[in-house]
Design a protein around this ligand. Structure first.
Ligand SMILES: [Zn+2]
Length: 376
């Protein structure tokens, strides 16, 4: 199995011509639709790479999503050349992206500005070094714009076979971010060895979010008075943007860190991972909560992101995993519906089962794996 991981890196805006990248992205969109358009004032090599590369990219998981709209901006796929410490090289010698491990830099040739021999050099990210150490290779990259900022996306590939699980189970129950993720470790004797909810610091997010909302209202008032180009309005806009960025960055880091921690736990125990990621249920749960819709959207978005990160990393490290329903409101003993009482405790009125809400999915994981053992 080939596992893939992707990292995006922001490029220095002053060294990149956004208009040029936009044109390359438009050509990429056309290429996805099977049109080869040769534009006289763009470097021939880049167009060769574009159309030549496409045969490799089409149908691949990473590049295979066809843009939905005509002329939608589509990231430009590019080949890479890798130069290693011992002077050995891999890849296309004329590739636009050069990963130079000897000098510790990445060179982008002719893709940042429409000038012959134009090169942008950026430091080699630690992420790349880590993936290479793990036996990965970076054959493809993409360049593109996100919120008008230029980015380089690198895709690492690695051939990996999932390991034989030791009998340990790591169960992960994904809720929308405000309720967090609960995980549990079940040892080979079907005992819950450890379980814990992982929740972001909601108070911190609330503080930033509501502060941004307040400032936004203030800005609205200025706008209605025709004062939206004053230094005060500009300052407000900057502050709002900074606060929103803080919220995104915090949630992104949280998702990243927790996904990584769980993967490392699984590897240490050679556990099999069971994931319950019922996004639909989380969405319903969220709708019922008294939260502003902007926050609901954010929480849902980062929940999805967490699941994606988790699955990508599990694949990358060869951790066997399955998606399974792990209920938190159905009794694992008798199937009766559970009732929630104070302190997020669930009780079964039929058989007397009682457990904290976050722990119920772990009993389901035991039930599911025990079922497997007795059947095999
Ligand atoms: Zn019951």
């Amino acid at each position: 199995m080939i596992a893939k991981r992707t990292k995006i890196i922001r490029l220095p805006k002053d060294k990149c011509d956004v208009g040029y990248i936009t044109r390359l992205m438009a050509l990429t969109n056309l290429a996805y639709r099977g049109h080869e358009v040769w534009v006289p004032d763009l470097p021939k090599e880049i167009q060769h790479h574009l159309y030549g590369s496409f045969k490799n990219f089409k149908g691949s998981l990473v590049f295979g999503t066809k843009p939905k709209k005509w002329l939608a901006l589509t990231w430009v796929p590019l080949k890479t050349l890798r130069i290693y410490q011992d002077d050995s090289k891999k890849g296309d010698p004329n590739a636009p992206i050069v990963l130079d491990f000897k000098s510790g830099v990445i060179r982008l040739r002719k893709v940042c500005r429409n000038e012959p021999r134009y090169v942008v050099t950026i430091p080699m990210p630690k992420w790349v070094i880590d993936r290479i150490k793990e036996g990965g290779d970076i054959k493809f990259a993409r360049i593109g714009l996100k919120d008008d900022e230029p980015y380089l996306a690198l895709t690492a590939e690695r051939e990996v076979e999932p390991y034989q699980p030791s009998g340990y189970i790591l169960a992960v129950d994904v809720n929308a971010w405000n309720n967090g993720v609960a995980y549990g470790i079940i040892n080979p004797n079907n005992r819950i060895a450890e379980y814990s909810p992982l929740r972001p610091n909601l108070r911190l997010i609330d503080t930033w979010y509501y502060r941004a909302e307040d400032l936004h209202k203030k800005l609205g008032r200025l706008r209605r008075l025709g004062l939206d180009s004053t230094p005060e309005a500009k300052g407000l806009r900057r502050e709002i943007k900074a606060l929103r960025r803080k919220v995104y960055a915090y949630l992104r880091d949280f998702a990243q860190k927790k996904a990584h921690e769980l993967v490392m736990k699984a590897i240490r125990l050679r556990a099999e991972v069971l994931i319950d990621d019922v996004i639909e249920e989380s969405r319903r749960e969220l709708i019922e909560e008294k939260l502003p819709s902007g926050l609901k959207k954010l929480y849902l978005m980062y929940t999805k992101r967490f699941v994606k990160l988790l699955a990508t990393q599990l694949q990358w490290y060869g951790v066997p995993y399955r998606f399974k329903r792990l209920y938190s409101s159905i009794c694992p003993n008798c199937g009766h519906e559970l009732t929630q009482v104070e302190g997020r405790v669930m009780i079964c009125e039929n058989c007397g089962f009682k457990a904290p809400r976050d722990k119920v999915p772990m009993y389901w994981a035991i039930k599911l794996t025990h079922f497997n053992i007795t059947r095999n």
